[in-house]
Ligand binder design. Structure first.
Ligand code: ZN
Length: 300
């Protein structure tokens, strides 16, 4: 993908190196000296660092103006480049969706991207890096550990910058669904557990299609390079059901983890890519082999 290295996005929260259990003895805001003493005693008695629980807990409060926290950990040059790339893609995604929403007479509200290492606390609960990237509708943030991209490459054979861009585009797709009220409608339907899986698959495939709509826009702006589409398609098929959104303690329950088959995922990405219209991403109106159908959802 053609991209330029610039200032980090205002919507990027760099929390690398701040993971729970690694943060050391930082006394979180508001617990006071008494609280600190109690935590110290607990830590000594149980031989476990209870201060670590504060770490990240304080991060649930958005920093004023949404700016990045101070002094984020510096990674290797390759890692810093990956962070810069995510920042570029994030801004490109969100300005694309802002234009698209304006066209539909709606207002786009920006999401945040949190970069973390190993583990993180989100508005949807604690999550470990092993669970893969996810979007939390509660705090409207996407969470990615850049180490996931090594996994994507080494374990699933999906490499290249556009494979990485696709992953973020899919998660921002979930944000778009949340803004349109689709996520909430699907959650409401989860009262019937037998349908939860089918609905989850449709939501996931729609996020893939929305990622494709963005890719269409990058192609029109001549940002795509030879092989980029193949990279994204490979990533869409590689990322299996159990990889994304498996968060510990989150709202996402085990039966909602299904993302659809590799072929379905790549197929819906391609559909968005070719059409460039989010109206063509109505996975709820389409008959999908092996997935129970239902009445289409209506956007807010
Ligand atoms: Zn997803």
């Amino acid at each position: 993908m053609r991209w330029t290295r610039g200032n980090r996005s205002e919507d990027l929260e760099d929390r690398r190196g701040e993971s729970p259990g690694r943060g050391g003895l930082r006394v979180g805001g508001g617990i006071g000296l008494g609280g600190a003493v109690i935590l110290l005693v607990l830590s000594l008695v149980f031989g476990q660092n209870f201060f670590a629980l504060l770490d990240g807990g304080g991060d649930l409060t958005p920093s004023p103006g949404g700016g990045a926290p101070t002094a984020p950990r510096k990674g290797s040059p390759a890692e810093e480049q990956a962070a810069d790339f995510m920042s570029f893609v994030l801004d490109d995604l969100q300005s694309t969706w802002a234009r698209e929403f304006t066209r539909l007479g709606q207002e786009y509200e920006r999401a945040k991207l949190v970069l973390f290492t190993d583990a993180v606390r989100s508005g949807c609960g604690a999550a470990e890096a092993a669970a893969g990237p996810f979007y939390c509708p509660e705090d409207r943030k996407v969470y990615i550990d850049l180490g996931f991209y090594d996994d994507l490459k080494n374990r699933f054979g999906a490499s290249g910058d556009f494979a990485q861009a696709y992953v973020l585009a899919h998660e921002i797709g979930h944000h778009v669904q949340h803004l349109l009220g689709l996520t909430e409608q699907v959650r409401g339907q989860h009262a019937r557990p037998d349908r939860a899986n089918a609905l989850s698959v449709r939501l996931e495939l729609q996020a893939d299609c929305l990622a494709g709509v963005w890719a269409h826009s990058t192609n029109e702006r001549r940002l795509l390079e030879e092989g980029d589409v193949e990279e994204a398609l490979a990533a869409a098929s590689a990322v299996g059901d159990d990889r994304i959104q498996k968060q510990a303690g989150g709202r996402v329950t085990p039966e909602t983890r299904t993302h659809g088959s590799a072929r379905q995922r790549a197929g819906w990405f391609r559909r968005g890519l070719e059409s460039g219209r989010m109206q063509d991403c109505d996975t709820f109106r389409t008959v999908l082999p092996g997935v129970e159908s239902r009445a289409p959802l209506r956007s807010r």
